[in-house]
Design a protein around this ligand. Structure first.
Ligand code: SF4
Length: 347
């Protein structure tokens, strides 16, 4: 049996991949790519069968950010040609929820630029979220930056099930792309939302110039943080950002990075996030064998492919859009683990 299937067996039997094994995945050759993807699929199937979770993004506040994240078109140092606006009101947030449901997304991700929300912004958003929860069967994921403990508590009380705050890369590489906050600030916020009883979502941006070792360290950091959901972004080199000239990864390299993330975090929701169309290009469908979630429609300041193309891709691959769920996502993930306890290892 090929080494990648043996590695899948190890993970499916409850073992953990080592740093060297993770490096082996990232360093494997294009000739082995389909075997790596097929082995990662066995792990993905254990927890998520052939379901694909759809998430819909709302950029609730755009630009105007005092931070200097080099990958971001909304930072204070970016000159990107984007629309900038303060917090959207209730109607716009509700319209976004309607569109999310229309596109068969189960999670509505409300994102606001900035270091963190003011108390006024948070109170306004909490009211909007209450209306969304009253009217739609959607999981809410908020992404508002660095939080204070009382703000996390308010979001929990408002019905926010999930909070996203990406580690983005390794601790060592972080000062190479942001100087206005530290890696530890991000980790603190992830721990804060966990303490508030909110399901943590945290991911990465690959393709910023980090080493393979940085990619592996970020995957193991997310494992140690025990986050429930991991968005894997691939850099979109946006004109007007310091990273506008960064080289694209190859689509094969993107698949290896996704597979490494799956092997290190086998039971977690792994999403192909921003950059899917730009970096995976025509290999996007293969990514579904590894990841179990994608964003449908547009990203924060860049367009995604047409939702109909995403729906068609899922159908053409023989996958199925995951239907709306009830209950908190951690409970669902636990149910998934229980459900799959008896699944054969497929040897
Ligand atoms: S990633 Fe967030 S914190 Fe960083 S510049 Fe962009 S909006 Fe601001």
């Amino acid at each position: 049996m090929a080494q990648w299937n043996l590695l899948a067996n190890k993970v499916l039997e409850g073992g953990f991949v080592t740093l060297d094994e993770a490096l082996g995945i990232l360093s494997s050759s294009d000739d082995e790519l389909l075997e790596v993807v097929a082995a990662a699929y066995r792990v993905r199937y254990r927890y998520f069968r052939r379901y694909v979770r759809l998430q819909y993004l709302m950029n609730a506040k755009s630009g105007l950010c005092p931070e200097d994240c080099h990958y971001c078109s909304q930072s204070r140092i970016a000159t990107a040609n984007i629309t900038k606006y303060p917090h959207k009101g209730h109607n716009a947030i509700l319209e976004g929820a309607a569109r999310a449901q229309h596109l068969q997304a189960t999670t509505y991700c409300i994102v606001a630029s900035g270091r963190g929300p003011t108390d006024g912004e948070l109170d306004q958003l909490v009211e909007s979220i209450g209306q969304v929860k009253d009217q739609y069967n959607l999981r809410i994921c908020a992404c508002l930056g660095i939080l204070k403990p009382d703000q996390a508590k308010k979001l929990k009380e408002a019905g926010v099930e999930r909070y996203n705050h990406n580690v983005n890369s390794s601790a060592d590489f972080t000062p190479q792309f942001v100087t206005t906050h530290r890696y530890s600030d991000r980790v603190d916020t992830i721990n804060l939302v966990k303490d508030a009883g909110i399901s943590p979502c945290s991911g990465v941006i690959f393709g910023m110039g980090e080493s393979l070792r940085d990619r592996i360290e970020s995957a193991f950091a997310l494992k140690a943080l025990d986050v429930d959901s991991i968005p894997v972004n691939f850099l979109i080199p946006i004109d007007g950002t310091p990273f506008q000239d960064r080289n694209l990864m190859s689509p094969q390299e993107c698949l290896r990075a996704l597979a490494m993330m799956r092997f290190v975090n086998p039971s977690k929701e792994i999403r192909i996030a921003g950059g899917r169309e730009v970096q995976l290009r025509s290999l996007q469908p293969l990514g579904l064998y590894v990841a179990n979630s994608i964003f449908v429609a547009d990203y924060l300041t860049t367009p995604g492919q047409a939702p109909a193309a995403d729906h068609a891709m899922i159908q053409d691959m023989g996958f199925e859009i995951e239907p709306a769920m009830h209950g908190d996502p951690q409970a669902r993930d636990r149910e998934g683990s229980e459900m799959d306890r008896n699944v054969s290892l497929g040897r």
